[in-house]
Design a protein around this ligand. Structure first.
Ligand SMILES: *[C@@H]1O[C@H](CO)[C@@H](O)[C@H](O)[C@H]1NC(C)=O
Ligand SMILES: *[C@@H]1O[C@H](CO)[C@@H](O)[C@H](O)[C@H]1NC(C)=O
Length: 456
């Protein structure tokens, strides 16, 4: 009887353990200040911090120094199945600057592309924290979000991104009892691509069907994907920039469990729960090829202020999201967004449902944005609240050509929608950009949010 109860206690204890926290390096979040503005035009500084996504972290056995994951493979004895792995393995604190090339100073965040220490780190993804264990949640309807970006050291093939996703504010800690790490360790990422490379989803390791990447020595894909609505405010380099809402049929973070639900390309791309294409506004793709770039109207060789307004039909925070408008500010001048210049498309300079419908039709693209609810659904996500993500990355799937070159590469670039930037179709190969442009970086600074017209 005694033995039985001891065993039971031990089992219970084992059940509540999972996706644990290591003790080798203390997790210390780099400080970053942001400003909240009011309609009277005054802004107050808030001291916040950022946290590195859990996928980048050292994952090792709870009591020692043995890797649970090395390169792009799992240790099969520590990680024979999703739950045992979550019990056996711990996420470690991060050396932000030394290992990952992430630094902050006041209101500025610098993300370096390649960082060589004992190992070589490529890119990073960080989230804005409200406090040490909670992501800051933004409700952006009838609000404006503004930041400065320096992309002068971001060449073809590299993306310095700032965007929002509908992650759990605590990183899934309360919803999944086997996630003991939470937002403090950057867990719970999701987006509309339903990425399969996330190592832990819903507090379980993504070890089933794990396939190491052929081209990425640090990544692989598992059976499950991590899906949620995504608002890409800024995906860009010195050659091109896009802003893109993407919707899903689900709210919050959802684990997709098969190829159809996950919308895996190419066969199921338009059958999944999320809209992978989104409704993009890239000035170059929309027909103004000399608007944004080095020395152009919006000059990417200098710092740019990027303003994004989430307008509603009745100008209230409870109204339906009706338009996402972009403005730039540089050298004291407010620069209106470029206008579309495409045969058969009315001149638009912002994202509305009508723009999305017309753009998709002229380009011959599938309008999954609209079929999954369009701006109304995007607005419902902004009501529930979204988390701010900033990242620097290269693209093992499409060499970033969808952003900055002709894509699809075999299509006629004179056809509407194909040309997206002046980068060569042979650019953006990760191996090339990592060896030729390791010192690339993006600087995001001066983040401000508040009512329309209050931040610039
Ligand atoms: C792309 O190339 C054309 C032709 O050389 C040039 O006029 C334009 O400014 C370039 N645009 C960008 C974004 O580099
Ligand atoms: C909302 O604000 C815009 C810009 O100030 C204005 O043009 C529009 O008429 C307003 N709409 C409503 C319903 O008040």
């Amino acid at each position: 009887m005694l033995r039985r109860s001891v065993l039971l206690a031990f089992t219970l204890c084992a059940v509540v353990r999972g996706q644990q926290v290591g003790t080798v390096t203390a997790e210390s979040h780099p400080a970053l200040s942001v400003q909240e503005c009011t309609s009277s035009g005054s802004c107050t500084t808030q001291q916040k911090s950022i946290v590195l996504d859990s996928n980048w972290r050292w994952l090792h056995d709870v009591d020692g120094y043995t890797n649970c994951y090395t390169g792009n493979t799992w240790d099969t004895s520590l990680c024979p199945d999703p739950t045992t792995c979550a019990t056996n393995c711990a996420l470690e604190g991060a050396d932000y600057s030394g290992t990952y090339g992430i630094t902050t100073s006041g209101d500025a965040l610098t993300l370096k592309f390649v960082t060589q220490s004992q190992q070589k780190n490529i890119g990073s993804r960080v989230y804005l924290l409200d406090d040490d264990s909670t992501y800051k949640v933004f409700n952006l309807k009838n609000q404006e979000f503004t930041f400065d970006v320096d992309m002068s050291q971001l060449p073809c093939g590299i993306n310095g991104a700032l965007y929002f996703v509908e992650m759990d504010a605590d990183g899934g800690l309360s919803r999944f009892s086997t996630n003991l790490a939470g937002a403090k360790y950057g867990t719970g990422y999701c987006d509309t691509q339903c990425p399969h490379d996330i190592k832990f989803i819903n507090g379980e390791a993504n070890v089933l069907d794990w396939t190491p990447s052929d081209t990425d020595s640090n990544a692989g894909t598992g059976r499950y994907g991590a899906c949620c609505i995504e608002m890409d405010v800024w995906e860009a380099n010195s050659m091109a920039a896009a802003y893109t809402p993407h919707t899903c049929s689900v709210s919050g973070q959802v684990r997709c469990e098969d190829a159809v639900e996950c919308g895996d390309s190419p066969d199921h791309r338009y059958e999944g729960i999320c809209d992978k294409d989104g409704c993009d506004f890239n000035s170059f793709r929309m027909g103004d090829k000399s608007f944004l770039g080095p020395g152009l109207t919006v000059d990417t060789s200098q710092t740019i202020t990027v303003v994004t307004q989430f307008l509603t039909a009745d100008n209230t925070t409870s109204g339906q999201l009706s338009e996402i408008r972009r403005l730039y500010v540089q050298n004291g001048q407010v620069i209106q967004n470029s206008k579309t210049n495409i045969a058969g498309l009315d001149p638009y300079d912002s994202i509305t449902d009508q723009f999305c419908t017309d753009q998709k039709e002229v380009f011959g693209d599938t309008n999954s944005f609209s079929s999954l609810g369009g701006l109304q659904v995007m607005g419902e996500s902004l009501d529930r609240g979204v988390v701010l993500v900033m990242s620097i990355w290269d693209d093992h799937t499409a060499n970033m050509l969808w952003l900055d070159s002709n894509y699809p590469t075999d299509a006629d670039p004179s056809q509407p929608g194909v040309a997206r930037g002046n980068c060569s179709t042979s650019s953006g190969v990760p191996e090339d950009v990592e060896s030729q442009s390791p010192n690339s970086q993006v600087v995001f600074s001066n983040i401000k949010y508040g009512p329309i017209g209050s931040t610039f």
